[in-house]
Design a protein around this ligand. Structure first.
Ligand code: AMP
Ligand code: MG
Length: 316
């Protein structure tokens, strides 16, 4: 199959209406979308990515009203969070209605829903008038894509079209939240920080981001978001440094080349925007090892540390 890259929303729409899979831009990372009401189309997402069927997909809607028929109950606190943060990078886990196929939820009774902010995705969802099921547009377990070129490198020949909406502005996946015992919980760290949620909720939501038996969220799988080059957390050893690349939040004169810097000013927001693109570039250098400095455990640092520790887990 030939994979085209373009900016034509009508072509993307026509392919989605025919039950094909299309890579689409969002503010977080690129997604691999299909008509959520067409089971064959959804199955195509799993085969294009090589993703296990037990890992559920997120349903994307333009706005909350469109999502309501697909959920059984949407708690009041979620309504107020949605009003504040959506459209935007926040995903809600809620009980599903019978309209949602078990293929999408991995057989669970809950469904993940999100309202992406990217204007192309908003237009696509409004024109389609149906939800799009979409995980990130990468091969299973590999680095998430934040440009159309990243998607092409991994999925060329597997999908007909990549809708190019430029580089993703957030650069990290959405934050996934659930609701248990009258409290909001974080299931996956992401672009909305715990501090932002706490400012709105009046308490810091507890994180439940580890695997407990069954896979609740694929982002909880221990090995994930991985480079091909062995990746480690922390500062690189002093000796034998030419084959060892260091990725730093901010430049440090004590660290020798080769090195890559995520943000000249040390901004975690800028570092998050650059993280996956930097890892893609680092991976292409063909070096023996990549070390990535751990981030302060605040703001977006928590999400970046989470992704990197899952990537590094593959090489332990
Ligand atoms: P991805 O977009 O590739 O990061 O994948 C979508 C994320 O949403 C994965 O981590 C899924 O496991 C998660 N997800 C989707 N549906 C559910 C659900 N019902 N419960 C928990 N997590 C979910
Ligand atoms: Mg993913």
């Amino acid at each position: 199959m030939k994979t085209e890259v373009g900016t034509d929303i009508c072509s993307a729409l026509a392919l989605l209406q025919k039950g094909q899979q299309v890579a689409i831009p969002t503010e977080t990372v690129y997604g691999l979308a299909a008509d959520a009401n067409n089971e064959d189309a959804v199955l195509g997402i799993f085969s294009a990515k090589g993703r296990p069927h037990a890992n559920p997909l997120i349903l994307h809607f333009a706005q909350l009203e469109q999502a309501l028929p697909y959920v059984q109950a949407f708690p009041e606190v979620f309504k107020s969070l949605a009003k504040h943060f959506c459209p935007g990078p926040l995903t809600f886990i809620v009980p599903k209605s019978s309209l949602v196929s078990a293929l999408i939820t991995g057989g669970q009774t809950t469904v993940a829903i999100r309202f992406p902010k990217h204007p192309m995705m908003q237009q696509l969802l409004n024109d389609l008038g149906r939800p799009l099921a979409a995980p990130s547009a990468n091969l299973y377990g590999q680095l998430s894509p934040t440009t159309a070129a990243h998607v092409f490198a991994q999925l060329q020949g597997r999908i007909p079209y990549i809708l190019d909406g430029g580089a993703c502005t957030e650069g990290l996946e959405s934050t996934i939240i659930g609701f248990e015992n009258d409290r909001v919980l974080i299931y996956r760290y992401g672009s909305i920080t715990p501090e932002q949620l706490a400012a709105h909720l009046g308490y810091t939501p507890e994180a439940k981001v580890h695997e407990h038996g069954g896979v609740l969220t694929s982002g909880m799988v221990k090995h994930h978001y991985a480079t091909q080059t062995p990746l480690y957390l922390g500062l690189k050893p002093q000796e034998n440094t030419s084959q060892t690349l260091q990725i730093l939040l901010q430049d440090h004169p004590n660290v020798a080349e080769p090195k890559m810097i995520l943000s000249d000013s040390g901004s975690l927001v800028e570092a998050a925007q650059n993280l996956y693109a930097t890892l893609h570039l680092a991976d292409q250098k063909g070096l023996q090892r990549i070390f990535v400095e751990t981030f302060p455990d605040e703001g977006l640092g928590a999400a970046m540390n989470d992704r990197l520790s899952r990537a590094a887990a593959k090489f332990q």
